[in-house]
Design a protein around this ligand. Sequence first.
Ligand code: CO
Length: 133
Amino acid sequence: MNLTHIEHIGIAVKNIEEAKKYYENILGLKCYATEEVKEQKVRTAFFRIGQTKIELLEAISDDSPIAKFIKKRGTGIHHIAFATDNVNLSLLEAEEKGVKLIDKKARRGAEGLKIGFLHPKSTLGVLTELCEK
Ligand code: CO
C-alpha cells in the first residue's frame, strides 16, 4: 500500500476552543489552522508535530458522525490517518484484500487532502483514514 507516515491523528472533542487550551498551554503545540468541513459536519483544528498532525474534531450538528461517536464512546482518539501517494489505488488494494471500505473512492477532506476511510470492522476497531496531498 506504500504508506509513508502517520499524516494525522483525529481526536473527537466536545469543544475545540476548550481542547485547544490543553494542546497549546500544556503540550506547547500551536494551532495553525481551523476549518469547517460541512460535508462531514465537523469543525477542525490542526496542530503540527514533526511530520504528523493532530486534528481536533468537533461536531457542528447532532447528526454529525462526531456527535454520534462521542455519545457512544466518549471523547478521545477517533481515527488514525496514514499518508499514501494514491488514495484510490490504496482503497482498491485494501478492498481486493477483503477489507470493508467506508469510501469506495477518494473524497475531499480538511486541508484539501484526498481522503478515504477503511471500516473499523476490518481494522481491529480503529477507524483508519488514508490521505493524499
Ligand atoms: Co482525519
